[in-house]
Ligand binder design. Structure first.
Ligand code: PSU
Ligand code: MN
Length: 324
């Protein structure tokens, strides 16, 4: 029999580059938090808020004792841990790369592409990074029964063993159906110090969450228990926007209505950037400040969870619990 081919190794095969600081942290067993890059580009936030958002998220991760790992695609390679010039190039990129686009981007030598939640979670898993922070995940779009527009983010969360920290799902989505699909896909949804599903710009989207965690050790135990039980995929931790940055729900609903009307002529990946920009215009940029504040808060929570995981939290609260 011919010898088995060597196992696939994305780093050795040079399709995936792990930044020096991230690699050093991993070698030392120190916590790492992956970040997406779409939110830090013009597709997610207008400049200069986009760059400020990246700096504040990275600072929040570091303040929490972890190393930030900005993901993206540069010169035909997937990157986990873009630093310096590489990070600047990502901020300026305008090519949106979701998980299904990653292989195309690598194989075609794409110069610069920003990664969505689905692509970032995929890369985090490939690089062995256990925790990821974003602003808000994609989900089931309103009117999906007609358009079929459901973000691959949800499937990626179910596929890869990564904890995603998000301010719920973006408010212009169909939140009840987004939660239903997360249930269908088998993704635990854990409220961070809340029993309510946050709606991005507001702390309470009007729906409950099935589980709750009040500290990072609780999340780490849950992650280890899930792995030990062989349940595949990740965990979604939903962290409400800080109260001082929350928008008035009536203002948000009015802005969403006009933004969705504004974006009615686009389909597919262009929808989310257009809607975000239209909401920013309709709220006089207040939504941009809120978006930066919630992303920073998610980065801080992600760092705490990464720290608890690195500390080797046991999957059980206590030994010898009598379940008889
Ligand atoms: N959250 C934000 N800003 C963003 C996004 C999320 O605060 O720009 C991006 C994320 O990268 C997410 C993507 O994965 O929007 C979802 O796009 P779509 O709906 O096309 O799947
Ligand atoms: Mn879509």
């Amino acid at each position: 029999m011919p010898p088995a081919p060597p196992p696939f190794d994305p780093v050795a095969d040079e399709v995936l580059v792990v930044g020096d600081e991230v690699a050093a942290a991993q070698a030392a067993g120190r916590p790492v938090v992956a970040l997406e890059s779409t939110i830090f580009s013009a597709l997610g936030l207008p400049a200069p808020a986009s760059g400020e958002c990246l700096r504040r998220c990275e600072a929040a991760v570091r303040a929490g004792g972890a190393v930030p790992a900005l993901t993206g695609v540069l010169d035909g390679r997937a990157v986990v841990g873009a630093e310096g010039d590489a990070a600047e190039r990502l901020l300026a990129a305008t090519h949106k790369v979701a998980a299904r686009d990653l292989a195309v981007a690598v194989a075609s030598g794409l110069e610069a592409g920003v990664t969505t939640v689905s692509a970032s979670v995929t890369l985090a898993a490939a690089a062995g990074v256990a925790v990821f922070a974003t602003g808000g995940i994609g989900g089931v779009h309103r009117g999906a029964a007609v358009t079929g527009d459901v973000s691959h983010d949800l499937v990626a969360l179910a596929r890869h063993p990564v904890v995603t920290v998000s301010a719920g799902a973006k408010a212009f989505l169909d939140l009840p159906r987004t939660l239903e699909l997360l249930e269908t896909l088998g993704v635990p949804v854990v409220g961070w110090r809340t029993d309510r599903f946050p709606a991005f710009y507001v702390r309470d989207g009007g729906l409950g969450v099935p589980h709750r965690a009040d500290d990072a050790a609780t999340v780490a135990r849950l992650v280890r228990a899930q792995a030990a039980l062989g349940h595949p995929g990740g965990v979604l931790v939903v962290n409400p926007v800080p109260a001082e940055a929350e928008l008035d729900p009536r203002v948000v609903e009015a802005a969403i209505d006009s933004a969705l009307a504004d974006a009615a002529d686009v389909v597919g990946p262009e929808v989310t950037p257009r809607v975000l920009a239209a909401i920013a215009a309709a709220t006089g940029r207040a939504s941009v400040d809120t978006n930066v504040a919630l992303a920073e808060s998610n980065a801080a929570v992600a760092a705490a969870i990464a720290g608890a995981l690195a500390a080797g939290e046991s999957p059980r609260l206590a030994d010898g619990v009598d379940v008889g």
